[in-house]
Ligand binder design. Structure first.
Ligand SMILES: [Zn+2]
Length: 223
């Protein structure tokens, strides 16, 4: 019998959960990680993320022990509406200020430096999705499954230029330098940053997330 389309749970030591998405997606392995809920609650309580015309509070997703977020936000733009996210991204609270920081401290000034034109749009290749990493069946649940990750595939400038990760990473010099600076700059704002140098799955987009790496959960993975 195919696992696809069937929801089932296998408990090993009470921690490991193997799920087949009821929507028919590939199955994945997930672990209950209490830090996720406490981190989201702390972020919501801190009040740093407030709904705005560009940030809409949405109802809970997935969960509670696998996938989802208790109060995700739909983010349609950063930098007070000046940089659109298209289509809007569904993200959990801790991701919002980090995306804002990356855009305002890295993406915007880097575009001005290399092209003399501001960024007006970032193409969202993926945000929330209850699926295994890299869509590889049987793999660990992706940070996308917790609305804790964002994939960006291109940057549109005010002058109309569109810099794609796929075409620009090995493209003309300015685009190469811009994309590398934007990628490297993301490493200060996120705990995981992946791009074309990481693996074949990221040849056409940057993946950023706030996973916890290493024993103390404080290591960063930037490649
Ligand atoms: Zn991703």
């Amino acid at each position: 019998m195919s696992l696809r389309g069937v929801l089932f749970t296998v408990s090993v030591s009470g921690l490991l959960i193997l799920m087949g998405c009821s929507t028919g997606g590939p199955d994945f392995v997930a672990k209950h990680e209490p830090w996720r809920e406490s981190e989201e609650s702390a972020c919501l309580a801190a009040g740093v993320v407030r709904p705005s015309p560009f940030l809409e509070a949405r109802s809970a997703l997935g969960g509670p022990s696998y996938c989802g977020a208790s109060r995700p936000f739909q983010m349609s733009a950063a930098d007070q509406g000046r940089v659109s996210l298209k289509p809007p991204a569904l993200l959990r609270c801790p991701m919002i200020p980090q995306v804002e920081r990356w855009v305002s401290r890295v993406v915007k000034p880097t575009a001005e430096y290399y092209f003399g034109s501001p960024v007006v749009e970032m193409k969202v290749a993926a945000s929330y999705g209850c699926r295994p990493r890299n869509n590889q069946s049987g793999g660990k649940l992706s940070e996308h499954g917790y609305a804790n990750a964002l994939d960006i595939s291109s940057f549109t400038l005010a002058d109309g230029r569109v810099v794609t990760v796929k075409g620009g990473w090995w493209g003309e010099e300015r685009e190469r330098l811009f994309l590398r600076a934007v990628h490297e700059g993301a490493c200060g704002d996120f705990t995981t940053v992946l791009g074309p140098n990481s693996d074949k799955f990221h040849h056409d987009h940057f993946h950023v997330d706030l996973a916890r790496h290493g024993r103390d959960g404080r290591q960063r993975y930037c490649k």
